[in-house]
Design a protein around this ligand. Structure first.
Ligand SMILES: NC(=O)c1ccc[n+]([C@@H]2O[C@H](COP(=O)([O-])OP(=O)(O)OC[C@H]3O[C@@H](n4cnc5c(N)ncnc54)[C@H](OP(=O)(O)O)[C@@H]3O)[C@@H](O)[C@H]2O)c1
Length: 274
């Protein structure tokens, strides 16, 4: 049901997974376990979310083989300095109770307050140990991508950025396609804000689908990787079933037309540390 997309580094990523931002530690284990039981095989977490330990407990409790679940985590903003990044990576593996993550990302570029090229070089070092099967970035703008690639000769496997029908990010996605970077769409439902849009509701009513399913099917048709977050078992199942919905070109074009370059989260140029 869920397509796998090849990644630089020789691995591949399930196109659909579970997001865990704002999953409180006490909700995390049961939510991740419920998702794995439903058939999710990709979990996106981050040191910043404070729930890696509970994600790890859910993975262990699931009884699934390590290779059957794709796990992403991210380097937190205070840890960009190379020594801090090495230590932070160890803490993430320890919290997740894993020997290896499938994907390790720089969470934010912090372009005005850090040397993100040195941070990227540290992730390259980590990947060389085999303990991150693939490495990538998040919230990188075109000039950040070009700079790390020019400086190191290593292209990130993915760039994880905010994308939904109100922020379609087509110029950035085209750059990714040209560079061979897989696009991951965070907040794919715009944290719920697109779900009562009349265009989304109209397509959903006609197809007998839910608004969330229509929006997720739009992302999947575009080829992006998505991991919507929900704490509700019913919604976890509803969202996963979006992988069975085929939107036609006319419906996809109508959803493309909703773009208004509107963010629900922070702009990468405005996130700095400290
Ligand atoms: N790299 C980054 O900087 C970054 C930033 C933000 C997010 N992310 C990642 O992307 C993931 C997804 O983004 P997100 O969590 O911000 O937002 P999202 O997945 O777009 O939306 C989550 C919100 O939508 C609701 N929802 C989920 N399924 C629904 C459905 N079928 N019908 C109605 N409402 C539904 C959830 O509520 P309930 O839980 O109540 O169902 C929650 O409030 C995150 O969890 C995280 O892993 C990364």
């Amino acid at each position: 049901m869920v397509r796998s997309i090849p990644l630089r580094g020789g691995t591949s990523i399930p196109q659909f997974g579970l997001g865990t931002y704002k999953l409180a530690p006490e909700q995390t284990q049961r939510t991740v376990e419920a998702a794995l039981e439903l058939g999710y095989r990709h979990v996106d977490t981050a040191a910043m979310y404070g729930n890696e330990r509970e994600v790890g407990l859910a993975l262990a409790a699931s009884g699934l083989a390590r290779d059957d679940v794709f796990v992403t985590t991210k380097l937190n903003n205070p840890d960009h300095d190379p020594d801090a990044a090495r230590a932070a990576f160890e803490r993430s593996l320890d919290a997740l109770q894993l020997d290896q993550v499938d994907l390790y990302l720089i969470h934010w570029p912090l372009a005005h307050s850090t040397d993100y090229v040195a941070t990227w070089a540290t992730l390259i070092e980590i990947a060389a140990t085999g303990r991150a099967r693939a490495i990538g970035v998040s919230n990188f703008q075109p000039d950040h991508l070009r700079r790390i690639i020019d400086a190191t000769g290593v292209t990130p496997a993915v760039n994880q950025v905010e994308i939904h029908p109100y922020l379609s990010q087509d110029p950035l996605r085209a750059l990714h396609a040209g560079l061979g970077i897989v696009t991951e769409a965070w907040s794919p439902l715009a944290r719920g804000k697109v779900l009562d849009d009349p265009v989304v509701e109209g397509i959903a009513a006609r197809l007998g689908a839910t608004p969330a399913q229509v929006v997720l099917a739009w992302h999947l048709r575009r080829g992006d990787v998505v991991f919507p977050k929900s704490t509700h078992p019913g919604r976890l199942a509803e969202n996963l079933a979006a992988t069975t919905i085929d939107l036609d070109a006319a419906d996809a074009a109508a959803l493309d037309g909703l773009n208004r370059d509107e963010r629900t989260g922070s702009h990468p140029d405005h996130v700095e540390w400290p």
